[in-house]
Design a protein around this ligand. Structure first.
Ligand SMILES: [Zn+2]
Length: 316
């Protein structure tokens, strides 16, 4: 039997019980990459380390080191060393309640795998979590904070759990308008979001390739749509897979706050850049948030609590 990762670790910080390895290809670079998630000490947070570079430079996965990029979330340290496309792994870590982890990576981009976070979740849940002897802190939203960029907007507002509300509107009929709201408590991420894949329009694939992006993209690791048609074999995993994936991205991007958030995120046509802009706006407003040490009731409402292997059997 696998351990339920959260049974005994609700009030304190966690890390992994042992290493987890993932191998795949970077979506944008198209190059092979190997990632090893390693247990880390309390208060370490999520730290990426480029093992292919001399000195193995490390960087914390925090909002102030995220560079603005329309297509993915990229960390860059003060020496210009980068790790790209961290968002699906970050979503898995957040959604499974992993607070501290060292992510060794031998290339510039996290592997895309099947375009969702399901493989990351499977690996994390298979090894399980270990409680650490340090209190768990969360970021409690006290005041509404909103940012806009053209027709896109993102907002954080007070709530007792992490809630994600997302609305998208695409011209392609295969996506169209989609709106979904989920409370991230009780293992919701694993059941509802983790297997939803990244998506794009076939016209965008040509444009991205012309710009040297999406070189590792195939119709196997992204949902590709053209008008009303879904080109990816097997079609959609959920009728509203696109908005679910945007919620997955938001959960991952919000985890660069450095701790679980207690609040409601509302995204309207939002993406990685605007969610980062939202975190920057939040942390520029000391009146809009505060640290809280989690009591049992608060900790029980965080995203990783209630995740189990049984939930993964039901998803792709
Ligand atoms: Zn994504």
């Amino acid at each position: 039997m696998q351990q339920d990762p959260q049974v005994e670790s609700t009030l304190v910080q966690t890390t992994l019980r042992s290493d987890v390895v993932f191998e795949g290809t970077g979506l944008h670079t198209g190059t092979p990459v190997r990632v090893v998630l390693r247990p880390a000490a309390a208060n370490a947070g999520v730290v990426f380390r480029r093992t292919d570079l001399s000195g193995r430079p490390a960087m914390a996965a925090l909002w102030h080191d995220v560079t603005v990029s329309p297509l993915n979330t990229r960390l860059m340290n003060s020496d210009g060393v980068t790790v790209s496309t961290i968002e699906h792994l970050m979503a898995a870590l957040s959604g499974c309640g992993v607070h501290n982890v060292l992510v060794d990576i031998d290339g510039p981009e996290v592997p895309i795998l099947d375009g969702s976070a399901a493989a990351f979740v499977r690996g994390i849940v298979a090894v399980g979590l270990r409680p650490l002897s340090a209190p768990l802190r969360a970021i409690k939203i006290l005041q509404e904070v909103t940012v806009r960029d053209g027709s896109a907007s993102a907002r954080l507002s007070p709530a007792t759990t992490l809630q994600i509300d997302f609305e998208i509107d695409f011209a392609d009929a295969a996506i169209g308008q989609q709106h979904k709201t989920l409370n991230m408590a009780n293992g919701t991420f694993v059941r509802e979001l983790c297997d939803s894949r990244t998506f794009c329009r076939s016209a965008d694939v040509d444009a991205m390739r012309a710009n040297g992006l999406a070189l590792g993209g195939t119709i196997e690791n992204a949902v590709v749509v053209d008008g009303a048609e879904v080109l990816t074999p097997g079609g959609l995993r959920h009728a509203d897979e696109a908005v679910r994936h945007k919620m997955l991205d938001a959960l991952g991007d919000l985890y660069t706050a450095g701790a679980p958030i207690l609040g409601r995120y509302s995204g309207h046509r939002a993406g990685h850049a605007i969610t980062n802009k939202l975190l920057r706006a939040l942390f520029a407003r000391p009146d809009a948030w505060r640290w809280v040490e989690c009591d049992a009731a608060t900790a029980a409402r965080l995203p990783g609590v209630g995740v189990s292997m049984a939930d993964l059997d039901a998803v792709a």
